[in-house]
Ligand binder design. Structure first.
Ligand SMILES: Cc1cc2nc3c(=O)[nH]c(=O)nc-3n(C[C@H](O)[C@H](O)[C@H](O)COP(=O)(O)OP(=O)(O)OC[C@H]3O[C@@H](n4cnc5c(N)ncnc54)[C@H](O)[C@@H]3O)c2cc1C
Length: 276
């Protein structure tokens, strides 16, 4: 295997455009039969590890690791959804290696990055161009980044309440599914969410058969029942499907998802409201 060590983004873009494989944290490449790779370009020397904030966006360099990003975002927003998700992903050693760019490009079914990026309407900046691609569009058509380099991930700064859940058997397990929830209630309000805010809830579940499912409409429909939290109709049944391999059957995971979603929504309700 031949390694290349470019000193600039332009040089790296040139290698990647010719089909040379970019190397970021290496944790995904190592899992995927590296013997088939003949040429590889190392991305650590080209300055893709910046974290910038504007009034409206966070611009996250693709070479920031999960740990790096948690540290940076903590300074500006202690409760950011990405802190909740990435600080629990994999193990400490892996979080020190896994990069944002590598995770976006692979976007495996167990990703702890996918739900937050989707629910926050994130975009990907393609290196060497002014082009931005919505992460959602990339997941629908992965060829959009073929032989291209992700320079950064752009996340709108939103004042939202958020919560994250990962279904694992041990703390360092791959999640069977993840749940990301946001609502538009102001972050500094003392109550978590009022009845009105429930209409602004967004819910994304990852790990399902179709990679991820937007559950917002499903849950809103269930919530038409005023006492939905305790209602037997609060069941996801045929509204989501899992492949059901390592972590349990499709039916088992649907049951667990229903229980966990009910708990999260309960926590999201306003402390002083007894019933919705
Ligand atoms: C044991 C284990 C457990 C894990 N558990 C979790 C978990 O619980 N949650 C979770 O979210 N992740 C987890 N991961 C990480 C995940 O599976 C991937 O390995 C990781 O996301 C890849 O990131 P990387 O930086 O190591 O990428 P690399 O392995 O370097 O690259 C992965 C792919 O992305 C391409 N690439 C890299 N950077 C760029 C770029 N800037 N632009 C374009 N293409 C690029 C590479 O060419 C390669 O095809 C785990 C990994 C392991 C090994």
């Amino acid at each position: 295997m031949e390694w290349f060590y470019p000193a600039s983004i332009e040089e790296a873009v040139e290698f990647v455009s010719k089909g040379v494989i970019p190397h970021a944290g290496g944790t995904g490449i190592l899992r995927s039969n590296p013997d088939r790779i003949s040429e590889i370009v190392e991305l650590s020397g080209i300055g893709l590890n910046s974290f910038l904030e504007t009034d409206s966006e966070y611009i996250i360099g693709s070479m920031l690791t999960f740990s790096n990003l948690v540290e940076k975002i903590k300074i500006v927003d202690k409760q950011h959804l990405l802190i909740q998700s990435l600080s629990k992903a994999a193990s400490t050693l892996l979080r020190n290696r896994i990069t944002i760019g590598g995770s976006v490009f692979l976007s495996p079914i167990w990703s702890d990055l996918m739900g937050p990026l989707l629910i926050l309407d994130s975009q990907l900046r393609v290196a060497g161009t002014e082009e931005r691609i919505f992460y959602k569009d990339f997941l629908a058509n992965r060829k959009l980044l073929q032989n291209r380099l992700i320079e950064s991930v752009i996340i709108p700064r939103k004042s939202v309440h958020s919560t994250y859940y990962r279904e694992v058997r041990t703390s360092f397990d791959y999640p069977a599914f993840t749940i990301s929830i946001i609502s538009n209630s102001p972050k500094d309000s003392s109550s978590i969410v009022s009845r009105e805010d429930f209409t602004s809830l967004r819910i994304i579940v990852t790990g399902c058969k179709s990679l991820y499912c937007e559950m917002t409409e499903t849950v809103r429909e269930i919530m038409k029942d005023r006492n939905f939290i305790n209602s037997p109709s609060f069941h996801l049944k045929d509204r989501v499907e899992f492949v059901g391999k390592r972590h349990g059957s499709n039916d088992y995971l649907k049951e667990v998802l229903t229980v966990q979603l009910r708990r999260l929504l309960q926590n999201f309700r306003s402390a002083d409201e007894k019933e919705f």
